[in-house]
Design a protein around this ligand. Structure first.
Ligand SMILES: [Zn+2]
Length: 497
């Protein structure tokens, strides 16, 4: 092994971490924050900055514990441009060399997050040291699930807290997850670790037992890594998590606990980090480009869903039961299917006299139970339709009001040694990430959504055939052609990195 000396080091890096935890006064009207008790802090939210530099290139990676850096949540649409402008002024970093990823946790952040972001990058810039670079993978498949359900009728539904799940017997299959943790490790020349950048796909939305403000599972994962590697900063980069939820997201038997999930992710990342050897020389490359994606015309999808809504409403059947009588009857028929209406001897007594009044009553009640259950299922469906219809109408309104028929999206490609990252502002589905990783010429390719802006959900063209059936395909403003355009561009960019 060759000795490591400073003269051989070509890459410099600096890191910083600043608290951005919000409180009650920072809690905006956004319904995303509605369930958070901001007076209570479960853990801290941070902005973390990594500045990388060699003789020719500077690249900045910022990660923010927030739902997004535009459009939703409390970070305004001017945030990214303003941060870039300030960093251009001091210390003179080109705006197109700055990548900002939101973890997508639904925590409340402080109102002066812009100033704190700028401060974090400037601090990282001021403390750059020579580094050695390594990259690799970790593995975690216990903390998440695909939230899109393939139904027997060919449609898809999703696992949300906003509405009920479809009936068990309607669910035919579930989609994939991506267990890859993409890891970039930066060591100081003395061998201690300066930074761990890790990319993983999962909505950090499990929440905490007390309902307080939290950076959720990715926040806890970073905590584990930073405690496990003293002196290192862990930057979580959200992956392609549009259709990936924390496991047991809708559990009603246990209090929600993001900490357990985050600790698993953190430990699995640490395990991956420890397999990585850092080398002295490393390529640093950053390409940032803007593409125009087609906005969708959602009028047909809205009309179709309105027809479905009317059909469901018409399909509700008259029934003599109410919730009280339904539950009482349901219990009796479940406890004693043979003799639900009375004690067994009464049935025997009737039979001995040649009567079947109780049996006839049971048959009648069973029919009522079935009718009532069918009505409940239609009501649950109506709620799903109503919630998704609202999303479609919101995006149709935005698209109609927009000056252009296209929407701009920043696509960035970052290469640090063997570590390659492609980023996109929309919430990407896990299939998109898996496909790009497979098609990339680089072994260690990773993909990040919710980066450099926010473009709502960007599900696959295939998922968009289900428009109106699930959140991802309803909370979306682009036409299905977006996928081909983005993937072609991303692959081209990967080939140039
Ligand atoms: Zn989301």
């Amino acid at each position: 092994m060759e000795p490591r000396t400073n003269s051989q080091v070509t890459l410099w890096a600096g890191v910083a971490r600043i608290d951005i935890t919000g409180g009650v006064t920072d809690q905006s009207e956004d319904p995303l924050y509605a369930r958070i008790d901001a007076a209570r802090n479960e853990d801290r939210l941070y902005v973390r900055a990594l500045v990388l530099r060699n003789e020719t290139t500077t690249a900045v990676l910022v990660t923010v514990d927030a739902v997004a850096i535009a459009e939703i949540g409390s970070i305004g649409n001017t945030y990214l441009a303003s941060v870039r402008r300030q960093l251009q002024q001091q210390p003179g970093i080109d705006g197109d060399h700055i990548i900002v990823n939101a973890s997508h946790c639904h925590g409340v952040v402080c109102t002066d997050i812009e100033a704190r972001t700028v401060r974090a990058v400037r601090a990282a810039w001021q403390h750059m040291v020579p580094v050695h670079v390594g990259a690799g993978r970790g593995h975690e498949d216990r903390i998440m699930e695909n939230r899109r359900l393939h139904l027997r009728n060919g449609r898809e539904a999703d696992v949300r807290r906003a509405y009920s799940l479809p009936a068990d017997e309607e669910v035919a299959a579930v989609g994939p997850v991506d267990p890859d943790i993409g890891i970039l490790r930066l060591d100081r020349v003395d061998g201690t670790t300066l930074a761990v950048v890790y990319n993983f796909a999962c909505h950090p939305i499990q929440g905490m037992p007390h309902g307080g403000n939290t950076a959720d599972l990715s926040g806890f994962a970073s905590q584990v890594i930073e405690q496990g590697m003293q002196g290192a900063i862990a930057l979580f980069v959200q992956g392609c998590a549009a259709d990936i939820n924390p496991i047991l997201y809708k559990d009603v038997d246990n209090p929600p606990d993001a900490e357990i999930l985050g600790q698993r992710l953190g430990l699995s990342t640490l395990h991956g980090v420890r397999q990585i050897r850092c080398d002295q020389a490393a390529t640093l490359k950053l390409i940032l480009e803007r593409i125009a994606l087609p906005r969708a015309d959602l009028s047909v999808a809205i009309e179709t869903l309105e027809v479905e809504q009317a059909r469901l409403l018409q399909s509700l059947r008259p029934t003599s039961l109410n919730l009280k009588t339904f539950i009482a009857l349901l219990l009796r028929h479940s406890l004693s299917p043979e003799f639900p209406s009375d004690d067994s001897h009464r049935y025997l007594h009737e039979a001995a006299l040649g009567r079947d009044d109780l049996r006839r009553l049971d048959e009648h009640n069973l029919r009522l139970l079935e009718q009532y259950k069918a009505n409940v299922q239609r009501m649950e469906e109506l709620i799903r339709v109503q919630v998704n219809l609202q999303l479609l109408r919101m995006h149709q309104g935005k698209n109609m009001a927009a000056a252009a028929r296209t929407v701009e999206a920043e696509v960035a490609g970052l290469r640090v040694g063997p570590f390659v990252l492609v980023t996109f502002p929309g919430e990407l589905s896990v299939q998109t990430g898996l496909r790009l990783k497979e098609a990339s010429p680089h072994d260690l390719t990773f993909v990040a959504g919710v980066t450099n802006g926010y473009l709502y959900y960007t599900p696959t063209a295939e998922q968009l055939r289900n428009r109106g059936g699930a959140q991802e395909d309803s909370d979306c403003l682009v036409a299905p052609e977006w996928q081909r355009q983005f993937e072609d561009h991303a692959l081209d960019l990967l080939n140039r990195l």
